[in-house]
Design a protein around this ligand. Structure first.
Ligand SMILES: C[S@@+](CC[C@H](N)C(=O)[O-])C[C@H]1O[C@@H](n2cnc3c(N)ncnc32)[C@H](O)[C@@H]1O
Length: 259
């Protein structure tokens, strides 16, 4: 109940205060909104990926999923995961267009699930590479099948608890360009993931946080993250929050309508 009220309250607040293109005075944000967020033109890969989502939405198979909070595994039908856990097409396509616009090469996704958003993140360029992280083995296997079906050879899936797999991966990498944080939606995990990834960020890195108003603790994490001294700009789209590390004169926070 507390979470539902929290989401509804912030949804209303966002609807009243969020701006569109014309209320935005930052040239950087204006360009991003005009060329990416409100650009209505689809890319040819969108239909291909969405046809795969449609197949998953009909899949009645049962998989075991691990709950990293309780340590207990639960049974779920694939179509329920496809329906409830994946980023909707509009948001996943915004991520594709963002990665494409900023030419991100080294991309990380925390929380692969069935691999739909992974495909969007990996499809912008032959030069880019996606490292995606998933803890539920049976779910990860379906994602791997999907990657094979679409002959994806620029995705590496790390299976296991992100608390172990992410630090290990980060130790072996020099830099990251783009991270989608979409795994464990608790305050502690979100802050940990942020701080670990921050160590490999630079002024061109972009971090995207999913479900920033999903619970009071996610909003607390989002507020702390956007106020971190290294963050120079944030854009709050209600469902997603994006942060930038670019050199700017003054730190700025924007609330923007996705339309
Ligand atoms: C919301 S889903 C990800 C959806 C996906 N990004 C998409 O849009 O297609 C979150 C996933 O994170 C995984 N997850 C949550 N906590 C995790 C952890 N500590 N380690 C590994 N995976 C975790 C869950 O198993 C789940 O599949």
């Amino acid at each position: 109940m507390k979470k539902l009220f929290h989401r509804a309250y912030h949804y209303l607040l966002h609807s009243f205060s969020a701006k569109t293109l014309h209320g935005t005075h930052s040239p950087f944000v204006y360009d991003y909104l005009e060329q990416v967020v409100y650009n209505p033109y689809p890319f040819y890969v969108f239909d291909i990926i969405e046809s795969l989502r449609a197949q998953l939405l009909l899949n009645q198979n049962i998989v075991y999923i691990n709950d990293f909070g309780t340590g207990i595994s639960k049974k779920k039908k694939v179509f329920t995961i496809a329906n409830k856990s994946l980023k909707p097409a509009k948001q996943a396509q915004l991520l594709f267009k963002t990665v494409n616009h900023f030419k991100s090469i080294e991309i990380i996704e925390l929380g692969t699930s069935l691999g739909i958003t992974s495909m969007y993140l990996s499809k912008t360029s032959k030069k880019s590479f996606l490292n995606t992280f998933e803890g539920s083995e049976e779910v990860a296997k379906i994602a791997e099948q999907n990657f094979r079906k679409f002959k994806e050879n620029n995705i590496n899936i790390h299976i296991g608890n992100i608390n172990e797999t992410l630090p290990k991966y980060l130790n072996s990498t020099e830099k990251i360009d783009f991270v989608l944080f979409d795994a464990n939606h608790t305050y502690k995990a979100t802050l940990n993931y942020f701080n670990w990834c921050l160590s490999k960020s630079n002024e061109n890195t972009i971090f995207v946080f999913d479900d920033i108003y999903w619970s009071p603790e996610m909003t607390k994490a989002w507020n702390e993250i956007k106020n971190n001294s290294k963050v120079t700009m944030s854009i709050d789209f209600y469902h997603l929050g994006i942060i930038f590390f670019k050199t700017v004169h003054e730190k700025q926070h924007f609330k923007i309508k996705l339309k």
